[in-house]
Design a binder for this molecule. Sequence first.
Ligand code: AHG
Ligand code: MN
Ligand code: MN
Length: 334
Amino acid sequence: MRHKNQTLGEFIIENQEEFKYSSGELSRLINSIRLAAKVVNHEVNKAGLVDILGAAGETNVQGESQQKLDVYANEAFIKTLTNREIVCGIASEEEDHFITIKGRNQNNDNKYVVLIDPLDGSSNIDVNVSVGTIFSIYRRVTPSGTPVTLEDFLQPGNKQVAAGYIIYGTSTMIVYTTGHGVNGFTLNPAIGTYYHSHPNMQFPEDGTIYSVNEGNYVHFPQGVKDYIKYCQREEGDRPYTSRYIGSLVSDFHRNMIKGGIYIYPNTAKNPDGKLRLLYECNPMAFIAEQAGGLASNGFTRILDIQPTELHQRVPFICGSRNMVLKAEEFMQNA
Ligand code: AHG
Ligand code: MN
Ligand code: MN
């Protein structure tokens, strides 16, 4: 149920019983992400002042050493998540190896692993364009009381218990799912509170926007080339509109609201695509499906892919249901 002016904190408490394992821990975990998101938001908003406050690697006038924003975001999320007795391990796009968290009593009995892309679309920072954070949460599969292993992180996306993103845009929003639909919350920066602004978000079944880095066109597989030509053909509601921000979170967010498809195919330079299965594709695929959309590599459902390594990449096609089905048709018939 949605109340007028309901906050994220109230929403989490009210919907706690919907969680599959309703011990309150997952609620507390989402809560700590909410907190880290505020910290990172504050820093992201100051990015334009970098020439005044000092660039990465320099020391600013207050004597604080300046960090790159992706490093800052990575540390902010890891620190916040480590300080709770909920998470037993974190894997991050910014770290070579996963991090083991023993918990406050050193017993290794925390239940959840978190996988994050702390700052998505980082090349947009210098030009004042939206960036994001993506997170994905699983229950560990190895026994409680033992340190986490790689196996806990290499679970297929269909095992996610929650996933979401934060978009640092014209407004800052948290959008997430625990497997009961997708909800969006907008930050009121004046008082630091997120409000339930976007209940039960849904991808329109059809859309008229396609998002792909067309500069790589000549390197795309034939199926993607054929689909792009289809998008551009004059017929019915086509040609579609092309929109590409270069930050997955922002492109996805727009497509979910307006109806559209996002494609990052494999290319000669990136034979497995560019996007990371665990930090980017799985969480976005979970959100997409929970919002009535689809996510595929052109042949297989993203959420059913068995990961084999932490930083694995995968071609990614995601968005409005009928658009993804159409793109798959072109891929499979090429
Ligand atoms: P990140 O900033 O985390 O490395 O991710 C960037 C990703 C994704 O967000 C974006 O859609 C894509 O890379 C853009 O890649 P191209 O510049 O190759 O289009
Ligand atoms: Mn990214
Ligand atoms: Mn990143």
